[in-house]
Every structure is written in structure tokens, then in C-alpha cells.
Design a protein around this ligand. Structure first.
Ligand code: ZN
Length: 164
């Protein structure tokens, strides 16, 4: 299941990617379309051609592509995740092996030799974690590890959502 999120859903986009869902953000398509903001017709056309479900807070956009889009109600990231869980049964279990880069949506690869990234993270992080993953996009190469930030998110999710 692949998604296309509208310009209002930057935070949700990063969450979906980190939980392993292939998600293109409307604002990432500005260069592609040479238009800012990308018009609704452009988003719908892109979603159709690439088999993506549109997730939106924009009722007009939803109305023009009801057959394959989701209109999110209310506010707040945990509220949105709950709606996606109800609609699609999406499971928000964090697993670095299938996470995608929150910045660019590329897959991650495990760092084989930990000492190769020693200079790229804080000493404390380097000493406390053994498993690091890196974004495969050579222009990005962001590093990931299962830090306390992820544990916070997991904890809040399990408290907020009634699924396991
Ligand atoms: Zn990346």
C-alpha cells in the first residue's frame, strides 16, 4: 500500500515513512510539476499513474478522487494514525529493517561496520547503540537507530490506539 500525502500532512508523512510505508509528500513534487503548490489535478494524476492512495485534509481534493483517497477528520498525528489503522488495518510497529527515510522516503540499509559512522553521530549515541541504518539515497544518507525518540512514539501509540 503506497500513499501520497497532501501539503498539510508533513508530520504524518514522516511518521508513515518511519513505520515503513512508502509515502510521497505533495511538496516533494513541486520540482516535478514546476508548480507550487502542486494543483489537485496534478496530485490526482500522479496518484493514479503510480498506484498511490491520497491522504488529505482537503475536502475538495478528496471529493475529486473519492475512489482512492482518504479524508482525515479532526487534528493531531495520533488521531490521524488511528483513522488509518481503522481504515486499512495499518500496523504501526517500528522496525528499522523496513523503515524508510523520514526525509526522502528511500529505503534504509544496515550499517555493516559500526566504526564507519563514528564521526557522524554523538559519542553517547555511538556508545549506547549497536544497530545503525542509513538512507540509501546518496544525496541524503541520513542515519537511524532505535533511540529514545522512537520509544516515546511507540509508547504513546500503544497508549492512544487500541491495537497491538
Ligand atoms: Zn533519506
Amino acid at each position: 500500500m503506497k500513499f501520497l500525502t497532501d501539503a498539510m500532512l508533513g508530520k504524518l508523512t514522516r511518521f508513515l515513512r518511519i513505520f515503513g510505508f512508502d509515502t510521497i509528500y505533495a511538496n516533494d513534487l513541486i520540482n516535478f510539476f514546476q508548480l507550487d503548490p502542486v494543483p489537485d489535478e496534478g496530485l490526482i494524476d500522479y496518484a493514479k499513474r503510480n498506484g498511490r492512495i491520497i491522504i488529505t485534509k482537503d475536502y475538495a481534493l478528496y471529493k475529486h478522487y473519492k475512489e482512492n483517497s482518504i479524508f482525515l477528520k479532526g487534528e493531531g498525528i495520533y488521531n490521524y494514525l488511528k483513522q488509518l489503522n481503522k481504515l486499512f488495518g495499518l500496523n504501526f510497529k517500528f522496525n528499522l529493517k523496513r523503515a524508510r527515510c523520514s526525509i526522502c522516503n528511500s529505503p534504509l540499509q544496515r550499517v555493516e561496520k559500526k566504526n564507519s559512522i563514528k564521526k557522524l553521530v554523538l559519542e553517547e549515541t555511538y556508545n549506547n547503540y549497536d544497530e545503525f541504518y542509513q538512507c540509501l539515497n546518496l544525496q541524503c544518507k541520513k542515519l537511524y537507530w532505535k533511540g529514545s525518540h522512537i520509544e516515546d512514539i511507540e509508547c504513546r501509540l500503544s497508549n492512544t490506539l487500541d491495537f497491538d
